[in-house]
Design a protein around this ligand. Structure first.
Ligand code: PGA
Length: 274
């Protein structure tokens, strides 16, 4: 059974005050709704400068605060970079690797992703590897080849047993921040395709354990349908994760994920109420 994994990606948004008030509000909402952390995993990928404050806010809450990127070297003359040991020193256990914006604006290659994933594992940091085709490849019908190349290139040094700590996010570039969601069928088709590539590489038992998120204009209105698909195990949410109330609606896409706390609230005996 794969546990659903709903994660927000703030990208380059929010100042310190906005980040902490969002964190406190989301924590309050998660508790109020009684989100059951045994049934759904929540992640929040934030700019480096907010990692400390948000880790403190979400400490012991079951929400994993993570980075949006990291370098593969541990230390050295790499101005502007953040290393895996710096993240792990902060207690950070999650990072996105190879987001399409990193590939597009910062020249990140599959080779760099492969090195970053190796470095992440060396520091017990779990990567969310992003893959996805651009509009040109989609229209030319080359999307499967593109995604297969990205997956195999980025995972080339990952051993079968390490996939236990791997999440793959399928994010078609043409659907990111455009308001244009892939249809549920397109998202499912690609998630299933990704699982086949993973099965060829690692065997189907391993592939069946790896969580595959969909990302690209996920919002409260489309999350339930996406999550009803057999190979979609979660979402990586950009724009809609910037608003705590909206993100909360995405986290609570299914009533079955809520309960513990809300039941407790409902079950307060009348004698205890004033
Ligand atoms: P979006 O971004 O939800 O704003 O489309 C998704 C992502 O880039 O992870």
């Amino acid at each position: 059974m794969r546990k659903p994994f709903i994660a927000g990606n703030w990208k380059m948004h929010k100042n310190i005050q906005e980040a902490t008030s969002y964190g406190e509000l989301l924590l309050h909402k998660i508790r109020e709704a009684g989100v059951d952390s045994d049934k759904v995993e929540i992640g929040l990928f934030v700019p480096y400068i907010h990692l400390s404050a948000l880790s403190i806010i979400f400490d012991l809450s079951g929400v994993g605060v993570g980075a949006q990127n990291m370098f593969y070297e541990d230390k050295g003359a790499y101005t502007g970079e953040i290393s895996p040991s710096m993240l792990s020193d902060l207690g950070i256990r999650h990072t996105i690797i190879g987001h399409s914006e990193r590939r597009q604006y910062f020249g990140e290659t599959d080779e760099a992703c492969a090195r970053k994933i190796r470095a992440a594992y060396a520091h017990d940091i779990e990567p969310v590897l992003c893959v996805g085709e651009d509009l040109e490849d989609r229209e030319a019908g080359k999307y499967e080849d593109t995604v297969r190349t990205m997956l195999l290139g980025s995972l080339k040094d990952v051993a079968p047993e390490e996939t236990e700590h791997l999440t793959v996010a399928y994010e078609p570039v043409w659907a990111i921040g455009t308001g244009k969601t892939a249809t549920t069928e397109q998202a499912q088709e690609m998630a299933a395709f990704i699982r086949t590539v993973l099965a060829d590489r690692y065997g189907s038992d391993r592939a069946d354990q790896i969580r595959i998120q969909y990302g690209g204009s996920v919002k409260p209105e489309n999350i339930a349908e996406l999550m009803s698909m057999p190979d979609i195990d979660g979402a990586l949410v950009g724009g809609a994760s910037l608003d705590a109330e909206k993100f909360m609606k995405i986290i609570a896409y299914d009533d079955a994920l809520l309960g513990k706390e809300s039941k407790r609230v409902r079950m307060i005996p009348s004698s205890a109420r004033s």
